[in-house]
Write a protein that binds this ligand. Structure first.
Ligand SMILES: [Zn+2]
Length: 308
């Protein structure tokens, strides 16, 4: 299970901060996705009702993005492109056409939504599979969310990027305090979304929880002894049990790996990304449990390093 190694990682309070902040973003994402799905579906339906050209099926099997560009698309797909740009909240922006499969724009609202997201969303099929960054970017880029205050959303995106781009996977207490303010603001801003109340409570519990105590040293009545480290198996809330800490830790690391490895489509891999990948690879390698879980990704990192 690797719980011993997890316990060691949880000796570092800045790493715990990193995990907790990441967990809060997972909670935020889960709370937002029904709202985002509903809003995006309605937007897609409205577009179809307003423009009969959009109802025509794609007429050209070559309507596929090359890298991040989509050129010489058929009449219907070109019209979708025009409409997508028209509804972009930020003018003169780069649309990540590489996220989209244009022949599905007509039938799938999520294929449309992906045009407003950061790159690397090609394989994602719905809001529930997106990370917080993808959902928040959609909200800040598509004008079907015009009632949402951009400032509140971009603030959380900024913290999310700082968190995920932190090479050491660590954030300080002071950073956490600012982050919590940004979270409170976004929760308040979306207070009309029914899931937000529970999300706020879950975040508060998460931020107050003593994660290191969950994994080590509790005098549990019914505890399991693993190589001298005790794991309390009673009276712990499911949310913060050692297993679930390990699970969301893996989810966050996976998100970061996907972002970095997904960015490597050919000549686009940035030197900075490679450096971050190396550091992340080193971290995974230093922990047997993580290096086993992410063995495929570690191989991909090694082959990238070899190409340099
Ligand atoms: Zn087409």
């Amino acid at each position: 299970m690797g719980l011993e190694e997890l316990a060691v990682r949880l000796n570092d309070s800045d790493y715990i901060n990193w995990l907790k902040a990441g967990r809060c973003l997972l909670i935020l994402k889960a709370a937002l996705h029904p709202f985002v799905t509903q809003r995006t579906r309605a937007f897609h339906g409205n577009l179809l009702n307003q423009d009969s050209l959009l109802k025509e099926p794609c007429a050209n099997s070559a309507c596929r993005p090359r890298g991040n560009t989509l050129s010489s698309a058929c009449r219907a797909c070109s019209q979708w492109q025009t409409v997508i740009l028209r509804h972009h909240r930020q003018r003169n922006t780069t649309v990540n056409w590489g996220n989209c499969f244009p022949p599905h724009w007509r039938t799938d609202h999520w294929e449309l939504a992906k045009a407003y997201m950061p790159r690397g969303q090609g394989k994602v099929k719905g809001a529930d599979q997106c990370d917080a960054s993808a959902l928040l970017n959609l909200i800040s880029h598509c004008d079907c969310f015009h009632t949402v205050d951009l400032k509140v959303v971009t603030e959380v995106i900024r913290y999310r990027n700082e968190l995920m781009h932190s090479c050491e996977l660590c954030v300080r207490d002071e950073w956490m305090r600012h982050f919590q303010v940004a979270l409170k603001n976004i929760l308040r801003h979306f207070s009309h979304v029914p899931q937000m109340e529970t999300a706020g409570r879950q975040m508060e519990e998460m931020l107050a929880a003593d994660l290191s105590m969950q994994v080590s040293g509790l005098d549990g009545v019914d505890s399991v002894d693993l190589d001298g480290i005790e794991f309390d198996s009673v009276s712990q809330q499911a949310e913060t049990s050692a297993d679930s800490i390990g699970q969301w830790e893996a989810e966050l690391l996976q998100e970061r790996l996907q972002e970095l490895l997904g960015a490597d489509d050919g000549d686009d891999a940035k030197t900075q990304d490679i450096e971050q990948l190396k550091m992340l690879g080193g971290f995974l390698q230093a922990n047997t449990d993580l290096s086993q879980r992410f063995s495929t990704e570690l191989r991909a990192i090694k082959s990238l390093e070899a190409r340099e």
